[in-house]
Design a protein around this ligand. Structure first.
Ligand SMILES: Cc1ncc(COP(=O)(O)O)c(C=O)c1O
Length: 426
C-alpha cells in the first residue's frame, strides 16, 4: 500500500518550460485502462448469474464499505441524491419541518428537503474552507429544525467539532452529505460515522465512481439501519407486505461488481489526490500569483480527500481565466455558479441576493482545476503555467517555492482493510 507522504517539491518552472497541448478535467479512461480486464470479468459474472438487482455483489460491497469506513452499517441505494432523501425519510422529516444546510452545494442536498415538504434553511459558508459556517448554523436552528445537513464539500470534512455540540444542544440529528468525501476523516474517524447518517455517491466523478449512478448510506445506529434498508425497497418486508411507504432505490448488481473491483484501490487513489494537491500548492507558490489566486488549504484535523481542487480568483477575473484555460485545452469547472438559495425553483422560499455573502462570493470567484489521481506532474505544470501566463506572473526564486503540504496518513483501519484486499487480489 502507498503511504501518505508528501511528493517531492517540484523544481521551479523556467520561462521556457514546455507546456502540454491539453489537460483534461477528469480522465476516467486512464483508470479504466488499468482495471479493464477485472471490470469486464466482474460484469460478466453478474450477467452469468442472472441477479441484476441487489444480490450477493451488493451485500459483499456493503460489507466491504462498512469495513473500509469502520462503520457498523453501510446500506447501498440507487444514488447519492436518494441517499439524502432516504436519510431524511428515516429521520421522519416531513411537511413544515426545517432542515439547516449550506446553499453552496450540489442541488440534491436541498431537493431532498423540499421533496418531503420540508423547508431548507440555508446557512452561509466559511470563506476559507467553503464549508458550512457553524456560527450561522447556530443562529438558524429553530424549534422547527428537524435535522442539520453539513456537506463535506470538495473532499473536506465540515467542522464537526463545532457542529456536533450545536446539534446536541438543539436535540436534532446530523445527516452528513459525504457525497464528495469518501475516506475523508475527522480526528481519525471517517466521514459518514460522525453524525447520525452519512450519505455517499458513486457518481462517476466521485473518488469512488461507478459505471453509472449509485450511492450508499452509513450509520452507527441499528434502528436507523433497519429503517433505511426497508425504505430503499418500498418499505416492503416480507415480500408484498408494506408497513412503511418507501421508495425504489436499489443498487444494481453490475454497479456493485464494478465498485468492488475499484474499492481496494481507493486509499491509494486518495493518497495520489493528496500528493497532487501538495504539488499544486508548491507550483502556485513558485509564481508571483498570490494577489490573483487563493489556493485551498489542507485540513489539519483530518484527512482531506480532494475530490476537487478549487482556487479562488480575485478581481472578477474568474470567467476570463476560465476562458483562457479553455482556449489552451485545460479543463476546469465551476462548482457552483448559482447558489441554491438563488435558484429559480426556490424563489418561493423568499431568499434574495445578499442574504449569504460568503456563498455568493464563492459562486462568483471559484474555479475547480484537474486533480484526479492519474494527473501527471507535467499536466499540473501546464495548468499552473497557463494560469501564470494569463496573469503575466513571473516565477519566484527557488527558495520561496519550497512549500509542500503535509499529507496525512490513512487511519489504521484503512491500512488493515487495504492489506486484506490486496491479499485477496494476489
Ligand atoms: C454534495 C453532493 N450531494 C449530493 C450529490 C448527489 O449524488 P448523486 O449524483 O449520486 O445523486 C452529489 C453528487 O453529485 C454531491 O456532490
Amino acid at each position: 500500500m502507498t503511504s501518505a507522504t508528501s511528493p517531492a517539491v517540484p523544481a521551479p518552472p523556467t520561462a521556457n518550460s514546455a507546456l502540454l497541448p491539453s489537460v483534461p478535467l477528469l480522465a476516467l479512461d486512464r483508470q479504466y485502462a488499468v482495471l479493464r480486464d477485472e471490470i469486464r470479468v466482474a460484469i460478466e459474472r453478474v450477467c452469468d448469474s442472472g441477479r441484476f438487482v441487489l444480490g450477493p455483489d451488493v451485500s459483499e460491497l456493503e460489507r466491504e464499505l462498512a469495513a473500509a469506513l469502520d462503520v457498523p452499517h453501510a446500506i447501498s441505494c440507487a444514488s447519492g441524491s436518494d441517499a439524502l432523501l432516504l436519510a431524511l425519510m428515516a429521520l421522519g422529516v416531513g411537511s413544515g419541518d426545517e432542515v439547516v444546510l449550506p446553499s453552496y452545494t450540489f442541488f440534491a442536498t436541498a431537493s431532498a428537503v423540499t421533496r418531503l415538504g420540508a423547508v431548507p434553511i440555508f446557512a452561509d459558508i466559511d470563506p476559507t474552507t467553503y464549508l458550512i459556517d457553524p456560527a450561522d448554523v447556530r443562529r438558524k436552528v429553530s424549534r422547527r429544525c428537524k435535522a442539520i445537513v453539513p456537506v463535506h464539500l470538495f473532499g473536506r470534512t465540515a467542522d464537526m467539532d463545532a457542529l456536533l455540540p450545536i446539534a446536541e444542544a438543539a436535540g436534532v440529528p446530523i445527516v452528513e452529505d459525504a457525497a464528495q468525501s469518501i475516506l475523508s476523516t475527522w480526528h481519525g474517524r471517517c466521514s459518514g460515522r460522525l453524525g447520525d447518517i452519512g450519505c455517499f455517491s458513486f457518481y462517476p466523478t466521485k473518488n469512488l465512481g461507478g459505471a453509472g449512478d449509485g450511492g450508499f448510506l452509513t450509520t452507527t445506529r441499528d434502528d436507523l439501519a433497519a429503517t433505511l434498508r426497508l425504505l430503499r425497497v418500498h418499505g416492503m418486508e416480507p415480500r408484498y407486505y408494506h408497513d412503511l411507504v418507501g421508495i425504489n432505490s436499489r443498487l444494481d448488481s453490475i454497479q456493485a461488481a464494478v465498485l468492488r473491483v475499484k474499492l481496494p484501490h481507493l486509499d491509494r487513489w486518495t493518497t495520489e489526490r493528496q500528493e497532487n494537491a501538495a504539488r499544486y500548492a508548491a507550483l502556485f507558490a513558485s509564481y508571483d500569483l498570490a494577489e490573483h489566486i487563493t489556493v485551498p488549504t489542507d485540513e489539519t484535523r483530518g484527512r482531506h480527500v480532494w475530490n476537487q481542487y478549487v482556487i479562488r480568483v480575485a478581481d472578477g477575473q474568474r470567467d476570463a481565466l476560465r476562458k483562457h484555460l479553455a482556449s489552451c485545452n485545460v479543463g476546469t469547472e465551476i462548482y457552483y455558479p448559482v447558489p441554491l438559495h438563488l435558484q429559480k425553483c426556490f424563489t418561493n422560499l423568499g431568499w434574495s441576493q445578499g442574504d449569504l455573502p460568503a456563498t455568493e462570493r464563492a459562486a462568483e470567484e471559484t474555479l475547480a482545476l484537474p486533480i484526479f489521481p492519474e494527473l501527471t506532474e507535467a499536466e499540473q505544470r501546464t495548468v499552473v503555467g497557463r494560469i501564470a501566463e494569463f496573469f503575466s506572473a513571473t516565477t519566484k526564486p527557488p527558495k520561496a517555492a519550497a512549500t509542500a503540504l503535509p499529507a496525512l496518513a490513512a487511519p489504521h483501519f484503512l491500512r488493515r482493510m487495504v492489506g486484506r484486499a490486496d491479499e485477496v487480489r494476489s
